[in-house]
Design a binder for this molecule. Structure first.
Ligand SMILES: NC(=O)c1ccc[n+]([C@@H]2O[C@H](COP(=O)([O-])OP(=O)(O)OC[C@H]3O[C@@H](n4cnc5c(N)ncnc54)[C@H](O)[C@@H]3O)[C@@H](O)[C@H]2O)c1
Length: 313
């Protein structure tokens, strides 16, 4: 057995995919999640032997401390997302920052071997240049971006004074099976698929020229596992496909894939970030991981899953 991994937010979209892969790789896994986001994944995970589930809140120091018993590795995925953090900034501070502080301090106190923190390309805010490398200025404007960046700094400070190794992964626009449809940006794919299958036009904010660097969840999971296994510590990596796709082109791709006659509908709305394309050179050359899944492959898989399991989206 390869050791015990604690996955905070393990019942969430990325966390649940990560848990399944860790089990496949021979790790024991403990999930710590308050199930505030979805209960869809947890029953499936509970059925898997080697997954222990603790329903707890990362704001609860005592529960967090208990969850660290015998843990070798921590993957910290639990957070509240961009749109919720915008609506409830104090909750963003409590969960994304103070909650992360609780996880990091408890992990370090328990002499966990490595912490992998799920950060975000949102810390770069509106880009000054493309592709965005890890040194790009951090143009944080919203509570989500600020709290995620602060937690990065907190981890560097706390782990830097300890024996615990750590890696920060800045995920770009993750998409894939079983993503909930209320995330601000990436779930746009699932929303488009659902709408088009229901015979409704997909609604695009603004002109649809805003772009994203869509990164398949299985590549994000693999980057986490590589980050765990490599000796590297104290580094930050962009996790992205390194490609730019507009929202309009995604809608058109899905429409054509579903042989639909629908046209996208454009609606006025503020768009926070107009373009996103990451530089994954450091991920490839220093961490040694190259994202594999093309957007076409990922979209085709997702369309089939939404068709087969409409209730889950
Ligand atoms: N999805 C993306 O495109 C994306 C992009 C960049 C970064 N990230 C980061 O990746 C991580 C996972 O994102 P996701 O898309 O899987 O989100 P998600 O909302 O699907 O999963 C988050 C999980 O954390 C749990 N959680 C929330 N608050 C909690 C609390 N106080 N205590 C315990 N558990 C709590 C939720 O119940 C949920 O299961 C997050 O840290 C997010 O900031 C995601």
């Amino acid at each position: 057995m390869r050791g015990l991994a604690l996955v905070t937010g393990g019942a969430g979209f990325i966390g649940s995919h990560l848990v399944k892969q860790l089990i496949k790789e021979g790790y024991n896994v403990r999930v710590f999640d308050n199930l505030s986001r979805t209960k869809n994944n947890i029953e499936e995970l509970k059925e898997m032997k080697k997954v222990e589930f603790i329903q707890g809140d990362i704001r609860d120091k005592e529960a967090v401390a208990k969850s660290m018993k015998d843990v070798d590795y921590v993957f910290h995925e639990a957070a509240i997302c961009l749109n919720k953090a915008k609506k409830f900034p104090e909750e963003a501070i409590d969960v994304n920052l103070k909650g992360s502080f609780n996880i990091f301090t408890a992990a370090i106190k328990n002499k966990v071997k490595k912490i992998i923190y799920a950060s975000t390309s949102s810390v770069y805010g509106q880009p000054n240049y493309l592709p965005i490398d890890e040194k790009h200025p951090k143009n944080c404007k919203t509570p989500y971006e600020s709290t995620k960046l602060c937690a990065e700094h907190m981890l560097k400070f706390l782990a830097g004074q300890s024996e615990t190794r750590y890696i920060i992964l800045r995920y770009f626009n993750v998409y894939g099976k079983r993503q909930s449809t209320d995330a601000y940006y990436t779930s746009v794919i699932n929303i488009f698929i659902k709408k088009i299958l229901a015979g409704e036009s997909p609604k695009i904010h603004g002109k649809g020229t805003q772009s994203m660097d869509f990164t398949h969840v299985s590549d994000v999971v693999s980057a986490n596992i590589v980050a765990l296994k490599r000796e590297i510590s104290g580094e930050v990596f962009n996790v992205c496909k390194g490609e730019e796709n507009t929202i309009k082109s995604i809608a058109e791709f899905i429409i054509s894939k579903l042989n639909s006659e629908l046209k996208p509908e454009f609606i006025e709305r503020d768009v926070f970030v107009t373009r996103r394309k990451g530089d994954n050179t450091k991920l490839k050359e220093t961490l040694g991981y190259t994202p594999k899944i093309t957007l076409q492959e990922g979209l085709a898989e997702l369309i089939e899953d939404v068709k087969a399991n409409p209730d889950l989206y």
